[in-house]
Design a protein around this ligand. Structure first.
Ligand code: FES
Ligand SMILES: [Fe+2]
Length: 381
């Protein structure tokens, strides 16, 4: 299957990482670093993160491809609030409380994407448009003086850019760091990809242990020896930042051989780009498809991780279906669930025992140290 090329060139940042890869092994940090084990296991710490990170920052909700058409909606509960993500008749995205303004009933009950030209409350049939406005209610004569304009669904700040949908709990959230990602996402054509599969994993680990597993390539040749390791060169990694987000490039095995770095198609085949969207999501760009992992902390030792796979277009034949299914199985089940998430859960077990006071990071694991420093800065800010 050929690489989908919706943009003809990398961004200057993507190109710069590829240049650095060409230099071979790169130590990302100068020396050892240590992190206290309690960062991952302390209940009080978890509560503070919920308030100051998840309560304030823009958070990834879904790829745009989850709602491919106008007048669609889906319930979204994983951040601990009952939300609706919808598109109005013009295709504009909205994030609404999934809570009726009459007496509080949950509006969209089911999982999955539903048609939403109207959102009708199951209790007394108050009816909302997909932008959250109250359109109609039965027996309006029984509500003398009620102004429909004052009874719209509660709306949350939303941003759609670069093929990603974000929201924030707090009304004054700053989305500028989200907008800064758009050129890189556009270089992958993210906004025109098709959602192929979606699965939520229930992982017995602190959310940061799951993110950590995608911020270093040190484990790839070890943990992934039976799955993806043969595709990658050990330690051939480069990383930088886009605001609080991390961008990394990992060289495929044949990287140093014969890649024309001026040819984006060749570069996409030779380099796997990964992004950490601060604080809790990971984008992995394989040569011909994309996985988006979003971590939803449930408690200090439990995280729901949604894996979404995006492909260039819906499969047109059984052969194409088999091709994508094979990629899905390799990454979602074989690599993420059986290896990365399992390692995170084992790590949580060990740290929760209290038998070691800190963890040690080598020079190839500097991405973790950066991530945890960003968290400290955000908690203080
Ligand atoms: S609670 Fe929704 S219409 Fe009554
Ligand atoms: Fe991994």
């Amino acid at each position: 299957m050929d690489v989908p090329l919706l943009s003809t060139r990398p961004t200057p940042g993507q190109r710069a990482l590829a240049e650095r890869l060409a230099g071979g092994e790169e130590a990302l940090g100068a020396g050892l670093a240590r992190l206290p084990a309690s960062l991952y296991t302390d209940e009080g710490r978890f509560t503070v993160e919920q308030e100051r990170l998840f309560g304030r920052l823009p958070l990834l909700l879904a790829p745009s491809a989850l709602l491919p058409s106008p007048r669609q909606a889906t319930a979204h509960d994983a951040y601990g609030l009952p939300l609706i993500v919808s598109r109005d008749g013009n295709g504009r995205a909205h994030v609404l409380a999934n809570v009726c303004r009459h007496r509080g009933t949950r509006l969209i009950e089911q999982d999955g994407v539903v048609p939403a030209a109207r959102i009708v409350c199951p209790y007394h049939a108050w009816t909302y448009t997909p932008d959250g406005s109250l359109a109609a209610l039965p027996r309006p004569d029984c509500f003398p003086g009620l102004d429909k304009k004052d009874h719209a669904l509660r709306r949350f700040p939303v941003r759609e850019s670069g093929g990603l949908l974000w929201y924030a709990r707090s009304a004054d959230a700053d989305f500028s760091a989200v907008d800064a990602l758009a050129p890189d996402m556009d270089a992958f054509g993210l906004s025109s990809l098709h959602l192929y599969r979606r699965r939520t994993h229930d992982v017995a680990a602190n959310w940061k242990l799951i993110v950590d597993a995608f911020l270093e390539s040190y484990h790839v040749q070890r943990l992934h020896a039976a799955t993806i390791a043969p595709f990658f060169a050990d330690g051939i990694t480069a990383a930088d930042r886009i605001g609080p987000h991390q961008r990394a490039a990992v060289g495929r095995t044949d990287y140093l051989a014969k890649v024309n770095r001026d040819d984006w198609r060749q570069l996409r085949k030779a380099v796997t780009y990964t992004y950490h969207f601060f604080p809790n999501a990971i984008l992995i760009v394989s040569p011909d498809y994309v996985n988006l992992l979003t971590c939803y902390p449930q408690d200090v030792g439990r995280t729901l991780v949604e894996d979404v796979m995006l492909i260039p277009a819906p499969p047109q034949s059984e052969e194409e279906e088999r091709h994508w299914q094979k990629s899905w199985d390799l990454l979602d089940g074989g690599t993420f669930a059986a290896e990365d998430f399992r390692a995170a859960a084992l790590c949580h077990q060990g740290l929760a025992s209290g038998l070691i006071g800190d963890v040690t990071l080598g020079t190839l694991e500097h991405g973790l140290a950066d991530f945890h420093a960003m968290i400290e800065a955000a908690l203080e800010g």
